[in-house]
Every structure is written in C-alpha cells, then in structure tokens.
Design a protein around this ligand. Structure first.
Ligand SMILES: C[S@@+](CC[C@H](N)C(=O)[O-])C[C@H]1O[C@@H](n2cnc3c(N)ncnc32)[C@H](O)[C@@H]1O
Length: 207
C-alpha cells in the first residue's frame, strides 16, 4: 500500500495534497466503498482542526473510530500537537486503524479495541462523534451485519451515551458530525452549528 502511495507521488507530510480518494486507497476495497457513508471526509477533519487550533486542547478522543480516518488525518493536519485516542468495537476496523498508525509511525495517536458505552474514556478535553449509534437504527450502508437493528437498543444506547457526557467535567467539548443520535444534550449548550458540504457539524460545551 505504501508503494501505491509513493507511486502517486504523495506523502503524509503536512501541507502535502491529500484527498479522500487517495486516503481511502489505503483501505481494503470493501471499506473504500463505505467511506462516503461511514468515515469522516478530509474536508470535515480540516474544518474540525480550524476550530481546534483556536482552542486549548489537551487531548481528543474519537468515539467509534472506525478505520481511523478522523484520528489519523487530524494528527496529520495538526502536526501531532496533542494526543488522539480512537475507540472502536469492531476488531477488524481497529486492526486496520492501528496498522496505519504503525505504518506512518504516528506516535501521538492511539487506538483501542473496546466499547465506549461500557468503558467510557473520561478526562479528555474534546470528544468527536460521527453518529456512532445510528447504525442500530438503519440498514442501508451498514458496515456489516454484526449489530442488531433495534429502536429500543438505540434509545437505550443513546441514554447511556448522554449519561456519560453528563458525567464529563465542566468545559468539556463534544464535536458532532451528523449528530450523536439525539437532538438535546442535558448539561450542554450548543457553541457552534455549521452546515458543511457533507453534513451538519456542531460543537457542544458542558456547562
Ligand atoms: C460512522 S462511523 C465513524 C468512524 C470514524 N469516527 C470516522 O469518522 O471516520 C461510526 C463507528 O463507530 C463504531 N461504533 C459504534 N458503536 C460503538 C461503540 N459502542 N463502541 C465503539 N465503537 C462503536 C462503529 O463500528 C463505526 O466504526
């Protein structure tokens, strides 16, 4: 895969051109096809970085990190300024993300295989969420058939997630892309709301 990248005369350096098409080529074909529906577009990572660069960021966590596209691209565009953690409960996706991290030697990025609803990573300054619970509600463009589709499960998981967010300390920020699953978030106020090219992007603050 590295050879393919070099052949295209691209590198992972900051400021070098990078597109979704190029980045997605590092993924197994079945995950390339899912990219527009499941993985954060690079333009959204860049918009997120434009917000974060004005913030005091101690650490960022991606809840449901998939193939690592958000974490790895955020590390790249931010020039590795802060630690980034990605948590993913599908083992294969975790392994893909972790192998890309290792390949590119991204020292401040870490991936964990786990369920953030069961073991929530408290203590981060910024949380990112690309609607990870949505898949329990809808059948189209699913990553695989491994998770039950159930409205009741969705509501239960949403409540768990809201409780975790409520337990975060004052000042914690949550960045959502295509939402987190609900429309209200008790204990939070909306700081920013933007309609980006591919979907709604918001920042919430624990107050
Ligand atoms: C829409 S994808 C976003 C992937 C990645 N954040 C990105 O932006 O490229 C949501 C991901 O969340 C994962 N996920 C859903 N529920 C999860 C949970 N409870 N714990 C860990 N991962 C979860 C899914 O497997 C999927 O990879």
């Amino acid at each position: 895969m590295r050879n393919l990248f070099l052949k295209a005369k691209m590198s992972l350096g900051v400021g070098e051109p990078m597109t979704d098409q190029i980045w997605d080529k590092f993924l197994p074909v079945k995950y390339q096809t899912l990219s527009p529906y499941q993985w954060t577009p690079i333009s959204v990572v860049v918009s997120t970085w434009e917000y974060l660069r004005e913030e005091k960021v101690s650490s960022v966590v991606d809840l449901g990190s998939g193939v690592g596209k958000f974490c790895l691209n955020l590390a790249r565009v931010s020039e590795h300024q802060f630690p980034i953690l990605g948590i993913e409960d599908r083992k294969e996706l975790f392994q893909i993300a972790d192998s890309l991290r290792e390949k590119w030697n991204f020292k401040k990025v870490k991936f964990e295989h786990g369920n953030f609803l069961k073991e929530f990573p408290y203590g981060y300054s910024h949380y990112y969420c690309f609607n990870p619970l949505y898949e329990t509600m809808k059948a189209s463009h699913s990553i695989d058939g491994s998770k039950d589709k159930s409205a009741i499960l969705f509501i239960q998981n949403l409540q768990l997630l809201k409780n975790h967010f409520l337990n975060c300390k004052i000042g914690t920020k949550i960045i959502t892309y295509h939402g987190f699953g609900g429309s209200t978030l008790p204990g939070f106020k909306v700081l920013l709301k933007k309609e980006l090219e591919f979907g709604e992007w918001m920042v919430w603050e624990r107050v």
